[in-house]
Design a protein around this ligand. Sequence first.
Ligand code: C2E
Ligand code: CA
Ligand code: CA
Ligand code: CA
Length: 274
Amino acid sequence: AKAEGRRTHRFFEPAMDARAQARLAMEQDLRQALTAGSFDIHYQPLLDLSSGEVTGCEALLRWRHPERGMVSPAEFIPVAEDTGLINEIGDWVMQTACTEAAGWPSRVRLAVNVSPIQLKSPTLALRITGALAASGLPPDRLEIEITEAVLIHDDESALAILHQLRAIGVRIALDDFGTGFSSLSYLKRFPFDKIKIDRCFVSDIEIDGSAAIVQAVVNIAAARNMTTTAEGVETVQQREMLRQLGCTQMQGYLFSAPKPAAEARRLLGARVET
Ligand code: C2E
Ligand code: CA
Ligand code: CA
Ligand code: CA
């Protein structure tokens, strides 16, 4: 009777079952995608706001699903994190992007997103070192982007990995700054090289108090020897404002959306009028 009760309970939650099934299906698809070569990386240039030169380029993962077409990383990264697949996928991204970046002009630094889950793996620093060595990309031309989620739990082992990477010359950027539960105290917990100012402050920069917030972040960064990158810059007005506020770099559709490797390569020598 007890077993039957449980079965009945499950039977009356079809929505839950459908969601769980969709997740399971995606997990299987993600596993296949790695071996089938359905992942690709697009690259988005970062421009220095004072020189107008491209000084960085961010690797952004793309998934061409056989039936669903392009699936957004916002949709599949959380599933990859829950299942642990993010470790294998992340290794593939690191190896592929480092190999691509080794052929770029030396002033262009490669930025790669690293999930908090990846920072739980004690061998991550070793695997990143391996990807750098195999590609020939010097460690100081790699920048990893992490979110504050890594710092919230004051995870000593994650911090140890960041320090290991730092010791070999890899740069560390704090991504999406100003969203979620971010707090200034995180800046004390780890000596970041860069703060990436979230797109929401850039899109509102002419409207409300966002300019003052950006200014405050730029000032804090400068005082602590960090640079700043504004994300999601879409208009000339936003770019001008950010330059006046003293922001170091910009990234966004105004210069370029993320592009396939060959197309991005052609943009890296560009210099825009500032
Ligand atoms: P993110 O790291 O904050 O990346 C910036 C996102 O903003 C990218 O979305 C990019 O395409 C988009 N973007 C860039 N410029 C503009 C703009 O001017 N306007 C607007 N509206 N959007 C802009 P995307 O490529 O869909 O990636 C979404 C998120 O997925 C990333 O956010 C990152 O958190 C995650 N992600 C992407 N690739 C990887 C990866 O290889 N590993 C991990 N762990 N996460 C990744
Ligand atoms: Ca990022
Ligand atoms: Ca971001
Ligand atoms: Ca984001």
